[in-house]
Design a protein around this ligand. Structure first.
Ligand code: TRP
Length: 853
């Protein structure tokens, strides 16, 4: 690439040499050069060293006639721009000031030649070529020695500057731009002779990105002009916005040749978009028609962010703009002081410059009158000569805070200081080959460039110098458009951006104002962002975090899972310790406790009744000892339900199942014993059968004892081998920790239950056999019935127990215990208690044996 460039410039140089050679030949043979086309400078003055100036004195240029049937006339430009004229006058002022000074360039004068570029790249190019010709074409010394022109102050727009700089490159003529900020011009390989007294847009887009972040404007539109400035600024802004969470809703371009249809289209996009903030990289020229169309459409509620090119444009300061543009914010070039500018500007009038068409145009633009007889503005009324330049003509007279004018001023001084240094070079210590200095009578522009690169001076308290890329110190004023007393717009300084500060401290804002411009509102804690497919990152939905996950910040991208013992709260904003669940003394626990205690009491009451009536037949006939045993073990059964209530500890876990199983096997063994006795008692009545002998009280006790012993052994083995232990179940229900007793060994647990079941079945079977035996009070019936209930309850319990852990299972288990205990108590004892207490007349041996009929 680099090689290509050097090749290209070498070819141009060669071409130039050939042209020069030819022209010197022409000089020899003919007496003067013949100009192909003329282009008159707007302002000029002779001097020892000549500086060119190129300013967009008009907003635009008429389309040239391309028919080529006659010699093209001079360029026709429209829309005189008093502001740019002020810049040009400032250049003139600076040069005159320098020429008067004794300390800067003494004994030498600077000359100037100022051209109009009509804000149009090709005309800028023509100005550049014209300015190269030197002061006056006819006496052009351009065929001998160094070129007549040392440097150029120009151009305004980057698009023009690019063209001008390219033409100047082969001649190595430095140019200093006062308004071209395009970052593209910082490339020394492409623009080796380009300097500027305005910061590169690289800093401006950084500043704008910081501003957007500051106000949390996350959803913005961008409108730009169709030129390098707009293109590179947009590119830079997009680069700066990457990763900041700010998204661009739309990017629109105002066409170079203003087209109303396209403009209306852009305005439609702006008004329909949800983005309320629009960044505009454009300049007065194209914005003026665009904004008038915008106002015509009556769109409001947009926050404009202006680029430096129009943030201080007095064109838009009128009160008619306020409702639409009020509040506009943007970064402006820093202002400075130009002593005497005000007075100097007022000296410019048609009487002082009767032959200068630009001054006549200025008058026409400011007062709407025509001051010259041959004027182009023939239709305007003639000027009275009484007009005076007042403040109200702000575009020209706005000298309160010169920004671009100040840049022009600085530029001219930079050249003057460099020339001064060049002239005051000590012979033998010079910067050039063999420590030579430049020849003052024959200064080459590249020699001046060397000094420009090195120059450093202060002007109204500010140091001016150029970095290696020819750029100057980045620093901006933050400007806000506020309402002035007359309803007009005032440019108020509300902060600044200093690119030299370290990152994070560059932007200082004094005044705060907030407008919301977002595609989606930010997500509250407890939610996370979900990207909408096919839409920019700023547009998203907020979805609540899944349970167990939280987000504690606004705009979280993801929800974090809580650690094992924690769970999300209902809002999903914090992790809270999981609820530990077990059957405690809450309503359910209490109810069960009360029922269990009541059951135990009831059993004891029955026990007392039996004890009191222990001598009555009904108690005695049915083996009173066994009945007491049953009642006692039932009491224990009721009580062991209590062990299941409360927080499981290792002791209560071990106690729960063992106590329950042993009391139950004791109880059922007793009932079994009783069944056997009943069975034996009735069969014993048959002759030759003395089973009763074998079933005396000792044997009965033995049976009960051994049946219970088996269960005790199983339980001991269980406790020794792998006892039940409390255990935190976090798997079953994620939001809770279930505090439960693990049985330790499933086999043991089912053995224990199975053994009780076996006893119950045997009991049921024997009772079933005995149910048909004679007698009015046949206990076997009741035993059968009670066993049926018992088995039913426990069969129902198994599926409930297996299916779900948690406090309800414990409750179900307790319920089964209580239900089966009540079943036994009621079935076995109610009929007897009924007879004892309410039908004492039936409490006789005869009646019971069924012999009283
Ligand atoms: N900073 C802008 C640039 O570099 C300023 C500017 C001046 C401008 N004249 C313009 C921008 C015309 C667009 C059109 O170009």
């Amino acid at each position: 690439m680099l090689r290509m460039q050097t090749l290209l410039s070498m070819t141009i140089m060669l071409l130039w040499l050939v042209v020069q050679h030819l022209s010197s030949l022409t000089l020899v043979c003919a007496t003067k050069c013949i100009l192909q086309n003329d282009f008159e400078p707007g302002l000029m003055a002779p001097g020892d060293f000549l500086i060119g100036g190129i300013f967009p004195l008009h907003y635009n240029q008429e389309m040239p006639d391309l028919s080529c049937t006659y010699k093209p006339g001079p360029v026709k430009c429209n829309g005189f721009d008093p502001r740019a004229f002020r810049w040009a006058i400032t250049m003139k002022l600076a040069i005159e000031e320098i020429n008067k000074r004794a300390d800067l360039l003494p004994n030498h004068t600077l000359g100037y030649k100022i051209f109009d570029s009509c804000a149009y790249p090709l005309t800028g190019q023509r100005s550049a070529v014209a300015v190269l010709n030197g002061l006056s074409e006819t006496e052009s010394p351009m065929c001998s020695g160094a070129g007549p022109l040392l440097a150029i102050i120009g151009e305004s727009g980057s698009a023009q500057s690019i063209v001008v700089s390219r033409i100047l490159q082969p001649f190595r003529i430095p140019m200093i731009s006062y308004f071209s900020s395009c970052a593209c011009m910082s490339d020394r390989r492409e623009f080796p002779t380009f300097f500027r007294v305005i910061p590169s847009d690289d800093y401006q887009v950084k500043a704008i990105a910081k501003l957007l972040m500051h106000f949390k404007w996350k959803w913005v539109g961008v409108v730009r002009g169709d030129h390098e400035y707009g293109r590179f600024a947009l590119q830079g802004l997009l680069r700066e916005l990457e990763g900041t969470g700010i998204c661009v809703a739309y990017q629109e371009m105002i066409p170079l040749l203003y087209d109303r249809q396209k403009a209306l289209e852009i305005i439609r996009v702006m008004s329909h978009s949800t983005a309320r903030v629009v960044v505009v990289f454009s300049a007065e020229g194209e914005l003026t028609p665009f904004l008038s169309d915008y106002m015509e459409q009556n769109v409001t509620g947009i926050q404009w962010i202006a680029s430096e090119a129009w943030i201080t444009s007095s064109v838009f300061a009128g009160s008619e703009y306020y409702p639409f543009l009020g509040g506009t914010i943007g970064f402006g070039i820093r202002k400075g002081q130009i002593p005497g500018l005000r007075n100097y500007l007022t000296t410019v009038n048609p009487e002082m410059y009767p032959s200068n068409p630009l001054v006549h145009e200025l008058w026409a633009a400011l007062y709407g009158c025509s001051s010259s007889s041959s004027s182009l503005n023939g239709h305007l009324p003639p000027c009275t000569g009484q007009e005076s330049l007042r403040e109200q003509h702000s575009a020209y007279m706005n000298t309160s805070s010169p920004r671009i004018s100040y840049n022009v001023y600085k530029g001219v001084y930079a050249i003057a200081h460099s020339m001064h240094n060049l002239i005051h070079c000590t012979p033998g210590k010079g910067p050039f080959n063999n420590f030579t200095c430049a020849d003052i009578d024959n200064v080459y522009p590249w020699q001046l460039q060397h000094y420009l690169q090195e120059v450093s001076f202060t002007i109204s308290g500010e140091t001016v110098n150029f970095d290696m890329k020819g750029d100057s110190i980045p620093s901006y004023d933050l400007i806000n458009w506020q309402r002035g007393s007359a309803g007009n717009i005032e440019f108020i300084n509300v902060g600044m951006f200093d690119g030299a500060q370290e990152s994070g401290q560059e932007l200082v804002i004094q005044e705060e104002q907030v407008l919301v411009s977002v595609c989606s509102n930010s997500c509250a804690p407890g939610f996370r962002k979900a990207v909408r497919h096919g839409q920019p990152l700023c547009c998203f939905d907020c979805v609540p975090c899944d349970s167990g996950k939280i987000s504690n910040q606004t705009d979280s991208i993801d929800c974090m899972a809580c650690s094992e013992d924690y769970w999300s709260n209902d809002d999903g904003t914090i992790c809270i310790p999981k609820v530990v669940e077990f059957l405690s003394h809450d309503a359910m626990g209490l109810t069960l406790t009360v029922i269990a205690v009541m059951g135990a009491c009831l059993t004891l009451v029955v026990f007392a009744v039996f004890l009191y009536y222990r001598n009555t037949p009904i108690v005695r006939i049915n083996n009173s000892e066994l009945s007491f045993f049953i009642l006692l073990s039932l009491t224990l059964c009721f009580l062991c339900a209590l062990v299941f209530i409360g927080e499981p500890t290792s002791w209560s876990c071990m106690l729960r199942h063992t106590a329950f199983s042993i009391t139950f096997s004791l109880c059922i063994s007793c009932i079994l014993g009783k069944t056997l006795v009943v069975l034996a008692a009735f069969t014993a009545t048959r002759p030759g059968n003395n089973i009763m002998k074998w079933l005396g009280p000792t044997q009965q006790r033995l049976i009960i004892f051994s049946c219970t012993l088996v269960q005790v052994l199983i339980c001991t083995a269980w406790l020794v081998a792998s006892p039940p232990f409390p255990y935190r179940n976090t798997k079953y229900q994620q939001s809770k920790i279930i505090l439960d007793c693990s049985v330790g060994s499933d086999l043991a647990f089912w053995c224990v239950l199975g053994y009780i079941g076996l006893l119950a079945c045997v009991c049921f079977f024997l009772a079933f056999l005995a149910r048909k035996l004679p007698g009015n009070f046949n206990e076997a019936k009741y035993i059968t019935f009670s066993m049926l209930i018992f088995c039913a309850v426990w069969l129902a319990f198994v599926p409930a127990y297996v299916s779900s852990p948690g406090k309800f299972t414990t409750a179900v288990e307790i319920f089964a215990i209580l239900a089966s205990s009540f079943g036994l108590l009621l079935c076995l004892f109610t009929p007897k208690v009924y007879i004892i207490l309410l039908k004492p007349e039936k409490n006789t041996k005869q009646h019971l044996m069924g012999k009283d009929k």
